[in-house]
Design a protein around this ligand. Structure first.
Ligand code: ADP
Ligand code: MG
Ligand code: ZN
Length: 714
């Protein structure tokens, strides 16, 4: 029988085979057996009810607590040509009534509803008269009091279900299920243990990393530099951190969005929409962000600081890579984070027993940060995942050869310099003194007469700064917060100075993601087309095709319909609706790249296309530059390439640095140039933000940057 389901999977969803657990769940549901599916985020739970819903007669009712997800799910089904709708409080009464009438006529194969619906008599009446194929509880952990996200309205559906009449089959789906939650769901929904399909928690496309001893903001900036054009989330532990990081990155001209509970609802909505629609691909947020976000192409999740426990960490980090493509989950750890989390627990309104429990969980989180073993395995063990697992081979402990260097001597020099400077200065002044810099201020404060002046002359100022940051991150040196944080010695510093403690510095490289084996410019052209079509249809881009599908297209660039149907994520239905538009993009691209040889994807086999050499891939910034030279405006180029204006400007600046000419008069005139340079010379710290503040309003960042780039000052 499952043959028919396989052809549905191929025809509608364009997938060749079922993922682990899907077949087992689908078989049971089709034979009217109540079933619970426990699969990790991105494991493919939707298919588990969508395929039976398409196989069976009647309408499937999907209960989902996340309003924002319903529209996405419905849009995705509509994009496949499957009649679906949703009912929730985001609709006006009139819209709800219209939809109910259509539902009563049996026009839909899938109806998504919020739990509260079951409290409405009108709704129950309509559903009673309907031919129902199945009822599915998505995010089923919300039904359990033991779950981390218990919703009473979800639980109260159960007694109301009887009022609907006979339901052929009930299914439940969740990613987070401890033993208590599983047995709770089983009991409530009458699911026999042999019908619990649990594929465990492992996420094979996620690479976990722990980063220690780095200045967090610099690390993030370096990471973003390495991962331009990719979408990601940066979680901070507090709103204050989120605000500060947002300001730091935006003042450097990096386009980021922000989300936390201290913002107005309007502002939060806007930020979320910009993120989902790939307009602000980077989101800085507290843990208030993410519930109900199904964006499939999140390539990385960075934790700016250690979260409270492994449950939250795995849930937040798990928002990366829902599309199955490799993604990075990075935790920036510093021992100070432990104090902060302890403080948050202490301050909370929990009773003493609950607090003790939180401390226990916090300890496990700290252990995760210090383990030398495989990070994925650590997490799976924590969740008592009984499926066998070996070292993942992807996490920072499995792959990175962390380099360790003994810097005890340098540390002693730094510490004694801090002492000689009277513990009254910050990182950069200390670095200058150790370097033996001729900076005006060093002389002004008479610091060049200190015995530690020039002690680390052999190092660059940057290297010295890095080492000071490392000592701070490791709490071998303290900082006193204030407008200008000053360095102070602490007990650990004394131990190091006395020679009782060794200091080892370690460095881990920034993950660079996969070696590209697809044509980037084609990928970008396809992305631009997708964005344009998605905007017309008013749906998030990933609803049309996932990034994984676009990458396959840019790897195989099919020319015929049959070739295209071999691509993961493109079935007959999707081809009918969007196939030709994308084939067109591919054809245009092929004309410009006659040298590219078609690689036919052969069904069943999974050919490993040869990775292309870096050289023959036109650098992205030069592609922008070419368009610019052909007379296109920056705004047009941004639209064509589906990138932000900021990115295009940076591309042009980069091209200039590579030696390509730029007509600067589109950015500034001579008077403006002179003004920027003059003000730059007059301010103390010649950085972008103070410069912007010192200039008149109409000098925007682009103008200022352009002047600096032209004059080799940036
Ligand atoms: P979950 O609800 O379990 O978090 P989803 O149902 O949203 O996950 O599926 C995650 C992604 O995996 C989607 O892009 C989906 O289309 C894809 N997917 C699901 N099943 C398969 C399959 N059998 N083969 C390939 N991709 C699949
Ligand atoms: Mg889901
Ligand atoms: Zn590992």
């Amino acid at each position: 029988m499952i043959l028919e389901q396989e052809s549905i999977l191929k025809q509608y969803f364009g997938y060749e085979s079922f993922r682990p657990g899907q077949k087992e769940v689908i078989e049971r549901v089709i034979s009217s057996t109540n079933t619970l599916a426990v699969m990790p985020t991105g494991g493919g739970k939707s298919i588990c009810y969508q395929v039976p819903g398409l196989t069976l007669d009647g309408t499937a009712i999907i209960i989902s607590p996340l309003i924002s997800l319903m529209k996405d799910q419905v849009d995705s089904l509509l994009a496949l040509g499957i009649p679906a709708t949703f009912i929730n409080s985001s609709l006006t009464t009139e819209e709800q009534e219209n939809r109910m009438t259509e539902i009563a006529q049996g026009r839909f194969k899938f109806v998504y509803v919020a739990p509260e619906r079951f409290e409405s008599n009108g709704f129950i009446q309509v559903i009673r008269g309907l031919n129902i194929s199945l009822v599915a509880f998505d995010e089923a952990h919300c039904i359990s009091q033991w779950g981390h996200d218990f919703r009473p309205s979800y639980r109260s559906i159960v007694p109301n279900l009887k009022r609907i009449g006979t339901i052929p089959v009930i299914m439940a789906l969740t990613a987070t299920a401890t033993e208590e939650v599983i047995s709770d769901i089983q009991e409530l929904l009458h699911i026999h243990s042999q019908n619990v399909i649990n594929t465990g928690f492992a996420r094979d496309n996620l690479a976990f990393h722990i980063v220690k001893g780095k200045d967090r903001t610099s690390y993030i900036r370096a990471f973003l530099e390495e991962h331009q054009e990719e979408s990601g989330i940066i979680y901070t532990a507090t709103r204050k951190q989120a605000d500060a990081l947002y300001d730091q990155l935006s003042s450097r001209g990096i386009h980021v969005a922000k989300y936390h509970a201290g913002m107005s609802e309007q502002a939060r909505k806007q930020a979320q929409a910009a993120f989902i629609h790939d307009e602000s691909p980077i989101m800085i947020a507290t843990n208030a962000f993410g519930m109900g976000i199904d964006k499939s192409n999140v390539r990385y999740v960075i934790h700016y600081a250690m979260p409270m426990n492994i449950e939250s960490y795995y849930q937040e980090a798990g928002r990366a890579g829902r599309d199955g493509e490799s993604s990075d989950c990075i935790l920036l750890f510093s021992p100070q984070d432990i104090q902060l989390q302890k403080f948050l627990i202490e301050r909370s309104l929990m009773d003493e027993a609950a607090k003790q429990n939180e401390y226990k969980k916090l300890q496990a989180m700290v252990n995760y940060c210090h383990t030398q073993g495989c990070l994925s395995s650590f997490i799976l063990d924590y969740f008592k995942d009984h499926n066998s697992h070996e070292n993942c081979g992807r996490c920072s402990n499995c792959v990175e050869k962390v380099e360790r260097t003994d810097i005890t001597e340098e540390a002693q020099m730094i510490l004694s310099c801090v002492k000689r400077m009277g513990e009254r200065f910050g990182v950069s002044m200390t670095a200058k003194v150790l370097k033996g810099s001729n900076d005006k201020k060093v002389h002004e404060f008479n610091l060049s007469t200190l015995s530690t002046y020039g002690l680390l002359r052999a190092y660059t100022e940057k290297e010295i700064t890095e080492r000071i940051h490392f000592l701070v991150a490791e709490q071998i040196l303290s900082t006193e917060e204030g407008k200008f944080p000053t360095l102070k010695l602490n007990q650990q510093s004394i131990e190091v100075l006395k020679g009782n403690r060794k200091v080892e510095m370690y460095t881990a490289p920034i993950p660079t993601g996969d070696e590209d084996d697809y044509y980037k410019d084609l990928f970008e052209a396809l992305r631009a087309r997708r964005k344009q079509m998605a905007d017309e249809l008013n749906v998030p881009p990933y609803v049309l095709f996932s990034d994984a599908t676009l990458k396959e297209l840019s790897r195989y660039f099919p020319v015929t319909k049959d070739d295209m149907l071999e691509i993961k994520g493109i079935g007959e239905k999707k081809y009918d609706q969007y196939g030709e538009a994308f084939l067109e993009v591919i054809q245009t691209w092929r004309k410009e790249h006659p040298e590219a040889k078609t690689r036919v994807k052969i069904s069943g086999s999974s050919p490993t296309p040869k990775p292309r050499k870096k050289e023959d891939e036109g650098p992205s910034h030069l592609a922008s530059y070419k368009l610019f030279q052909s007379g296109k405006s920056i705004k047009d180029i941004a639209a064509i390439r589906d990138m932000t204006i900021m990115t295009i400007e940076n591309h042009l600046f980069k091209a200039f640095k590579d030696g390509y000419p730029i007509a600067w008069n589109i950015f500034f005139n001579e008077i403006e140039e002179a003004k920027v340079l003059e003000v730059r010379n007059s301010i103390e710290e010649p950085k972008l933000k103070p410069l912007k503040e010192a200039l008149p309003e109409e000098y925007d960042y682009t103008k200022i940057k352009a002047v600096l780039v032209k004059n080799g000052l940036m």
